[in-house]
Ligand binder design. Sequence first.
Ligand SMILES: NC(=O)c1ccc[n+]([C@@H]2O[C@H](COP(=O)([O-])OP(=O)(O)OC[C@H]3O[C@@H](n4cnc5c(N)ncnc54)[C@H](O)[C@@H]3O)[C@@H](O)[C@H]2O)c1
Ligand SMILES: [Zn+2]
Length: 379
Amino acid sequence: MKLSDTRAIRVRAAAGDYVVVCRRGTLRHAAREIARLGQFSGVHIVTSPRVWRAVVKKIARRFAPGTKMHVHLFDDAESAKNLKTVELLARKLVRAGADRKCLLLAVGGGVIGDVVGFVAASYLRGVALVQVPTTVVAQVDSSVGGKTGVNLPEGKNLVGAFYPPNLVLVDPEVLRSLPAREFRGGLAEVIKYGVIADAKLFAFLEQNMDRILARDDQALEHVIRRSIEIKAQVVSQDERESGLREILNYGHTFAHALESATRYKKFQHGEAVAWGMMCAALLGHETVRTPADDVARVIALVRRLGPLPEWPPVPAQRLFALMRADKKTKFGKVRFVLSARIGKAQSCDGVTEKAALCVLRFGPRLILEHRNALEECHD
Ligand SMILES: NC(=O)c1ccc[n+]([C@@H]2O[C@H](COP(=O)([O-])OP(=O)(O)OC[C@H]3O[C@@H](n4cnc5c(N)ncnc54)[C@H](O)[C@@H]3O)[C@@H](O)[C@H]2O)c1
Ligand SMILES: [Zn+2]
């Protein structure tokens, strides 16, 4: 079976289309891809000390041979994803003489992509941007779709802009150095793409999860590429999240409530999404009649990502209230993305409070029991 297709993935955006190149080893040829964009007065690599050490140090020159290259480092902790960092970076750019014809290269995870994307959108009212995502989440999610922004003390991603990059360079090889927890959490988003849009991807994940967890290059490249294709297709049709794009939030209504209830400390985002998808599968059974077999497949596949932090001892009513307070709630109605069968999803605002509360109350136990039942089968 031919797994990977090396063609660039095209994304449509109102401000201009762009491509995502997803290929093993693509960063070794980064300069060639960047040169296709035209001439720049200077190339500014913006990354964190950690990503610099793990990924960029060895290959920095490949981004801009023969061009004036600057490197700007900043702390990529979620707590540094704020307006202060935007100001700090903009001032570094001024001091380095960055003009309107400069290029910013955001190399890192979603924090770096979101912050540097927002800097690119606002510095001198917009400069060229290339995203080089280095985590699973950044490769399959945040670097594609043009959402950039930072947090306020009042909440996440409250200040931002749609600012599509000029190019995205995805090299699955850089994931080798990613810490295990980040890697597994990111795979939850990959499973999400299978559930919402591609039954074949889902089946591939079922058959190859061990290879993927062992970071087998070929299997990883295939699932990352396929995830990007799905994201690209969705955001090309609905850049501003007025409809279809909502399906990307499968599992996220639950996930955001879990993250918020635990003050973003207990769960890594992907872990919360993992719980959220299993709950969404159960809710699908309650409401859009997802067959029990599909629910069982979603739970079984998610559980193969490894142990998750325990479901927190927070009353179901409190979690539901947090869902209501979510910024994606429309007219006070909590919206859930549900999947009637693997490979299809829709956004629903007709879910009753009773059904949601039922999943919040009994879901976590059902999920754990499901796992125990599975383990007994294996014994
Ligand atoms: N814009 C969007 O559409 C969108 C979508 C999803 C998530 N996000 C945002 O993305 C952020 C989360 O991003 P993330 O999950 O990529 O995590 P992250 O950016 O916080 O990175 C996680 C950690 O991994 C390190 N790291 C990154 N690449 C590495 C590598 N190759 N080797 C070793 N270490 C590496 C980083 O230094 C960091 O410590 C959140 O702020 C979230 O809001 C945005
Ligand atoms: Zn997510």
